[in-house]
Design a binder for this molecule. Structure first.
Ligand code: ZN
Ligand code: FE
Length: 252
């Protein structure tokens, strides 16, 4: 059985430890904070055997060296960002797969936030670690990629099974909801989702993971191919609408 242990890290990151009960393997999904990861693994009684990085940003790969020094774990990281990531053992790209015990994860290219960003999808567990590519009601800032590339990445996420749980790397949902309501004011599913987000955040509860089905109905960035969104935001095609939404969010 696969278990995910989620804990807050740094100011608004989530740390994730992925554990396979049969093999005893434990994977760090990204490494925002080495001490927090080592402490949490210790509390769970889990031995860290791997790190899977999603992209090079320090709040995702900054703890690689220290966790490897403490555990001797194997580090898997995106090939396109290898020069920017410490202590890598294996590089992977879209189409490759990695494993934890007998469970496979497929690597999906989701470049756009950074050019080589990847997602790890475990189909048999119905979960995906999406880093800063897609967030609950949002998506990552487009620091390195192009709108074309980012939209192609979001389409790959949209194509996963509807009931996939998306483990995003940050708790940004309340701010994302404010923009989403501005971007798509007549969306009932979004209005209901936004209410629930406000209520959960009032009680200090996480809004992550989120189910893909829900994002497809309410996340404005995943809806850039919707005719109503295109009419509202212009462009006439999904890439142009996505670009308009991304720019509007950056200035919101
Ligand atoms: Zn990032
Ligand atoms: Fe980040």
């Amino acid at each position: 059985m696969i278990e995910v242990h989620q804990f807050p890290c740094l100011s608004d990151n989530y740390g994730y430890l992925l554990h396979d009960t049969e093999s005893g393997e434990t994977v760090c999904i990204d490494t925002p904070d080495a001490d927090a990861y080592l402490r949490e693994a210790d509390h769970k009684g889990w031995r860290i055997t791997q790190i899977w990085n999603t992209h090079w940003h320090p709040d995702h790969a900054g703890g690689n060296k220290d966790i490897k020094a403490a555990t001797g774990c194997v580090i898997v990281a995106p090939k396109a960002e290898a020069p920017q990531i410490d202590a890598i053992d294996r590089t992977v790209a879209g189409g490759d797969s990695v494993s934890i015990g007998s469970h496979q994860a497929s690597v999906i290219d989701v470049g756009g936030h950074t050019k080589g960003h990847i997602t790890y999808h475990l189909p048999d567990a119905g979960i995906a670690f999406v880093g800063d590519s897609v967030f609950a009601l949002g998506c990552g800032r487009m620091f390195e990629g192009t709108a074309d590339q980012f939209w192609a990445s979001l389409k790959r996420i949209k194509a996963l099974p509807d009931d996939t749980l998306l483990y995003c790397a940050h708790e940004y949902t309340a701010a994302n909801a404010r923009f989403a309501l501005h971007a798509d004011p007549e969306n009932e599913a979004l209005a209901q989702y936004a209410d629930e987000v406000a209520e959960r955040r009032d009680r200090d509860l996480p809004t992550v993971p989120t189910r893909l089905e829900r994002e497809l109905a309410a996340n404005p960035f995943l809806r850039a191919d919707d005719p109503d969104m295109q009419a509202r935001w212009g462009g006439g095609d999904a890439v142009a609408t996505f670009a308009a939404l991304r720019t509007a969010k950056d200035n919101f």
